[in-house]
Write a protein that binds this ligand. Structure first.
Ligand code: HEM
Length: 150
C-alpha cells in the first residue's frame, strides 16, 4: 500500500516540477490568511517558506517510503518550533492539509482519486506523528507543559 502511495505521490511531484510551479506562495498566502497573528514570527519568510514547504512534502513522501528518519526529524522540528511561539496541533494540521491542497491544485490533471488518497493517507500519518511529538515533549519538559496550559 505505501509503495503504491509513494509511486503516486512521486508522479504528482514530478508533474508539479514539470509545470514549474512553486507551491509555497499559495500555501503561505493561505496559511497566513488563516493564522494572521503568526506573520510576525517569520523574520525571513522567503527562506522559511522554502524549507517548511520542502520538509513537509519530504516528510509525507518519506513516510510513504517507510523512512526511519522522519520521526527524529519531526520530534526535533516540534521542539525547535517552540522558539516561534506555542504552536497548536490545529496549526500544524492546517499547514499539512494546506500543503496537500496546494499540491493538488498545482498538479492539475495529474491529480486523480488514487493520488489524492495516497497524499491524504500520508498527511494523516504526518499529523499523527506531530501530535505524538507535541504530547511527548509536553510530558518530558515541564516548561512546555506550563506554556500549553496557558
Ligand atoms: C509540518 C509542519 C512544519 C515543518 C516541516 C516546518 C519546518 C520548518 C523549517 C525547516 C524551518 C526553518 C528553520 C531554520 O531555518 O532554522 C521553519 C521555520 C519556521 N517555522 Fe515551520 N514548519 C512547520 C510548521 C510550522 C507551523 C504550523 C508554524 C506556525 C506558525 C511554523 C512557523 C515557523 C516559523 C515562525 C519559522 C521561522 C521563520 C523565520 O525565522 O523567518 N512552522 N519551519
Amino acid at each position: 500500500m505505501t509503495a503504491d502511495d509513494a509511486a503516486r505521490m512521486e508522479a504528482a511531484l514530478l508533474a508539479v516540477a514539470d509545470a514549474g510551479i512553486d507551491i509555497r506562495h499559495a500555501l503561505f498566502d493561505r496559511f497566513l490568511d488563516a493564522f494572521p497573528h503568526r506573520r510576525a514570527a517569520f523574520l525571513n519568510l522567503d527562506a522559511a517558506s522554502r524549507r517548511m514547504t520542502d520538509e513537509t512534502l519530504q516528510a509525507m513522501f518519506g513516510l510513504a517510503q517507510g523512512e526511519g528518519w522522519v520521526w527524529p526529524q519531526i520530534a526535533e522540528l516540534v521542539v525547535t518550533h517552540r522558539n516561534y511561539g506555542t504552536l497548536t496541533a490545529a496549526e500544524y494540521d492546517a499547514f499539512v492539509d494546506m500543503a496537500v491542497d496546494a499540491l493538488a491544485v498545482a498538479a492539475g490533471t495529474a491529480w486523480d482519486a488514487d493520488c489524492d488518497a495516497a497524499w491524504r493517507r500520508q498527511a494523516a500519518a504526518l499529523k499523527a506523528m506531530i501530535h505524538r511529538a507535541l504530547a511527548e515533549w509536553q510530558a518530558a519538559l515541564p516548561e512546555v507543559r506550563r506554556r500549553a496550559a496557558g
